[in-house]
Ligand binder design. Sequence first.
Ligand code: SD4
Length: 331
Amino acid sequence: MVKNRRKFLKVSAFGVAAMSSFISLAADKEKKKKGKKVTKPIVISTWNHGLAANAEAWKILSKNGRAIDAVEKGVMVAEADPKVRSVGYGGYPDRDGNVTLDACIMDENSDCGSVACLQNIKHPIAVARKVMDETPHVMLVGNGAYYFAREKGFPHEDLLTAGSIRDWKNWLKEAKYKPVVNMENHDTIGMLALDAEGNMSGSCTTSGAAWKLHGRVGDSPIIGAGLFLDNEVGAVCATGLGEAVIRTAASTVAVELMRQGYSPLEACKEAIQRIISKHRNHPDRDHLQVGLLALNKLGEYGGFSIRPGFNFAVCDAIQNNRLEDASYEIK
Ligand code: SD4
């Protein structure tokens, strides 16, 4: 019985997938017929620190390397930079003073790997890649992720810099130990790439919301929330208040909108409007910030956020590496 049901699910899931692939391929063909050229390779990533990350990713993409390698190596630049206070080494700690990291990665075959609440390992994205490549699982968390990383040869490192300790102590004076999320704390790096072969991959890595409760995990390591892609359609990543992104499966929603023919910008806008409407009565509504970034199979891209301030970096062979401001909903 269970077996039959599984078979049924498999068959019907396959039917839906086949149908949607058919639709997306038809949409691609339609665009190509209209004379739209595919821009590839191309890499885009969130915020100012996306520029340095893109430059690293470009070294791989420009030599016809794989998107999956580009998105891993690219975001490692931000993870290693102590000046980037929201990712990896030097990231803001939780309210108890622990730096806990979240990351995920996904490739053109829908293979993915993820780590959450990982401590003392500088490159969570590389651990997520190993979860993807070397285990039958998708996600490892906490101590389990740490032990796995150590087993794979990652060194134990102290990720709390003097700057992070100073900021944490300042925060403690005022904060009354409340895990407050504000807009300045959202600078996760998400990166999306389309390589010369026409394959897409994405990565997302963060120290999460500053001063969070110990053990809190945001959207960034959750496939379908902080990052999602379908190699036949496009890729989307998120930055901002992770709880809002998880509640609405925002990256998945935007990918599915692109499947229906929305441009990357339109898809991000529609998904952001969904987040706003689902949070109309939420206590966070007055300061809620989320930014979405999308790239499609044609190398078209777009970014959209709830409020002003979100920007992203774009690198291709035509215009090199540059920053662009995202459009936003609430003026
Ligand atoms: C989170 N989305 O943990 C992340 C926060 C973020 O820059 O974007 N930080 O909720």
